[in-house]
Design a protein around this ligand. Structure first.
Ligand code: SRM
Ligand code: SF4
Length: 577
């Protein structure tokens, strides 16, 4: 991208001296374009870690330093260094990868990633448990299959999402193509990545290394996603910048543009809140990349670089006002956005099972509970997907709900794929309650450094207990969205779920109710800092009431508002009221 910032070193707020900028801003500016001392840190055999500053810079390279939190106290007691290991997040726009790429991911996970892969809520794959001395071989392995980890984390444009929509094949292809181009445009050039990981010589170019990002990149992460109605699987209103495809008779006409979404918040600060994006207009497909550049440019130049907790685009939008932001976007675009076009969403979940596309190709959506792929007795998910990848001729599509679609299967291969999925226990997991199929949990313990409570390791057993209530109330087949996060950051997008849980302390959660079934409304806190017993009691009451008195087609999130359990949340600022 071009669109030079007025001051490429600081990118914004020229009234502020550099020493007033937040510590992370100063670190970026002084990092030699994200090189820091990463190379030296990787070579240091005396520790399994890298320095504190390099830990931050490594995020831009798609790598997080973590330590095994299950072992933390014991290691401390023994006066040992923490059990350091790294999480690696792959950049995979729209979650599409080939069988060859899958086989490589599988091979690397077995060799260096604790024999597990994690499907994420933004349609990609994470490796956990990678030791420092294995980082390079994983990145090199990814390179062999044209994958990398650039800007999968850090203050830049994160993995661009795209609706999976297996049954709408031609439309998906058109939107996916744009999502991929938006990703290519938005990622930093990062010569540092090629130098450090691929061993390339430093470039001699007189051009600035990052014509769009300058030396300080974005004030904070920036998330882009493309939704294809009627399914809002990417939760378009949670994106900093969302595009909602408008099609007529299956032909793509353009996109409604939505800005200013985000989930993260803190229990300590009422000034932080989740916010749903506002739809501000419509653009034709040929203007999508320009719109990305204009919107990102506004946030780059006006986002808060003094206070990191206030640096996401949602706060820039609220502080400056939607009209001001829209005018500034249009000024940069050089044209006014058209009026937004009508569209309808019906859900934000996936539909596990078989689907046949308009082009006659078949797609099999597999439910992967909380995105965790490993080999467990009766559910050799990793082995099963490897076996499928060995015979599959189409693609894999990772979904925003942490599931996977075996996509573009010709007639001739359908039976074989079905048989393999059956054999490895990949199909069996799809047959829980409709609530389980619509549930998600973030990673949390033991790898996430920010986790305050369990999430991925706990939600399945909690859902089993909730299924006891669903049986009693005859709601097993009623889809209800439920999402759990191990802390308020909201990586599973819990504040849009009909039932949301966010971790406060070991065994304690805030319980939220009333989110919109297709991602159109934030939920509201119903109980604060409670344990399992109180959660189950509250759900027993509300689900029982719902079963008795719900109207035809009424969703649980709508019901709890109508029945007076919680007030509807209208805006992000209203969330903490
Ligand atoms: Fe997230 C930080 C995992 C999607 C909001 N997120 C983290 C870190 C890296 C913890 C850290 O900073 O040390 C977690 C690593 C855990 C681990 O061990 O793997 C982490 N986030 C995840 C994933 C893997 C959750 C999952 O179970 O799938 C998702 C990876 C997505 C991807 O492929 O890129 C993930 N994170 C999200 C989402 C959902 C989304 O983007 O659709 C959100 C809410 C949307 C948003 O950004 O507002 C999200 N993650 C955060 C935040 C709060 C950001 C904020 O500005 O408020 C943090 C903390 C931070 O950045 O300081 C965070
Ligand atoms: Fe970690 Fe919190 Fe995100 Fe869960 S929500 S992965 S605990 S940062």
């Amino acid at each position: 991208m071009s669109n030079q910032p007025t001051d490429p070193d600081r990118s914004r707020d020229l009234s502020q001296p550099i020493e007033k900028l937040s510590a992370d801003e100063r670190l970026k500016a002084a990092s030699d374009q994200l090189r820091g001392t990463i190379r030296e840190g990787l070579a240091d055999p005396l520790t399994g870690a890298v320095s504190e500053t390099d830990t931050k810079l490594l995020k831009f390279h798609g790598i997080y330093q973590q330590d095994d939190r299950d072992l933390r106290d014991e290691r401390r007691r023994q006066k040992l260094e923490a059990a350091f290991q790294f999480m690696i997040r792959v950049r995979m726009p729209g979650g599409v990868c080939t069988p060859t790429q899958w086989l490589k991911l599988d091979e690397l996970a077995r060799a260096s990633g604790g024999e597990t892969l994690r499907l994420t809520t933004r349609q990609t794959v994470q490796f956990h448990w990678v030791l420092k001395h294995d980082l390079r071989s994983v990145i090199e392995g990814l390179r062999e299959v044209q994958l990398d980890t650039i800007s999968a984390c850090g203050d830049d444009a994160r993995g661009v999402m795209c609706s999976v929509n297996p049954h709408l094949s031609p439309l998906h292809a058109a939107v996916y193509d744009l999502a991929h181009r938006a990703s290519d445009q938005a990622i930093p050039r990062m010569p540092a990545y090629r130098e450090i990981w691929y061993g390339e010589a430093p470039g001699q170019s007189a051009q600035p290394e990052e014509p769009f990002y300058g030396k300080t990149y974005m004030p904070r992460k920036f998330k882009i996603g493309f939704a294809v109605p009627p399914v809002n699987d990417i939760d378009v209103y949670s994106q900093d910048l969302g595009f909602i495809a408008i099609a007529e008779h299956g032909e793509l006409k353009g996109f409604n543009v939505a800005i200013g979404g985000g989930m993260g918040r803190s229990d300590q600060s009422a000034a932080t809140y989740p916010r749903l994006a506002d739809v501000i207009g419509f653009v034709t497909p040929d203007k999508v990349l320009a719109a990305c550049e204009a919107v990102m440019g506004v946030q780059r130049d006006y986002g808060d670089r003094l206070d990191r907790a206030h640096a996401r685009f949602k706060y820039t939008v609220d502080d400056r006002g939607l009209d001001w932001i829209k005018t500034e976007i249009e000024r940069r675009l050089g044209f006014a956005l058209d009026a937004a076009r009508p569209y309808v969403f019906i859900s934000n979940g996936d539909s596990p099972g078989w689907n046949t596309g308009e082009d006659g190709m078949h797609h099999l959506t597999l439910f992967v509970e909380n995105g965790r792929l490993s080999n467990r007795p009766g559910h050799a998910l990793l082995d099963g997907l490897r076996a499928i990848a060995r015979v599959h001729v189409g693609t894999f599509r990772l979904t925003p709900n942490q599931n996977i679609v075996i996509s573009q299967i010709p007639d001739a291969n359908r039976q074989q794929i079905e048989r393999l999925a059956e054999e490895y226990g990949l199909l069996a997991r799809a047959y829980g309650s409709a609530l389980r199929v619509n549930s998600m949990a973030c990673v949390a313990l033991p790898t996430c450094g920010l986790a305050m409570a369990e999430s991925e390791r706990y939600l399945p057993s909690l859902v089993t207990k909730i299924e006891g209530l669903l049986e009693v109330h005859r709601l097993m087949d009623v889809p209800i969205t439920m999402r759990m996060s191990g802390c308020p950051n909201g990586c599973s997008r819990p504040y849009i779920a009909e039932i949301g849980l966010s971790g406060r302390a070991p065994g304690k959660y805030n319980l939220y109710l009333g989110g919109g079934f297709h991602g159109e409304r934030l939920n509201r806190m119903y109980l604060e800092n409670v344990g399992e017993e109180a959660i189950l009691e509250a759900l027993d009451t509300t689900l029982g009431h719902f079963a008795r008195e719900r109207r035809e087609h009424e969703h649980f999130g709508d019901f709890v508002i109508r029945a007076g359990y919680v007030d509807a949340v209208r805006t992000g600022r209203d969330f903490n009221r």
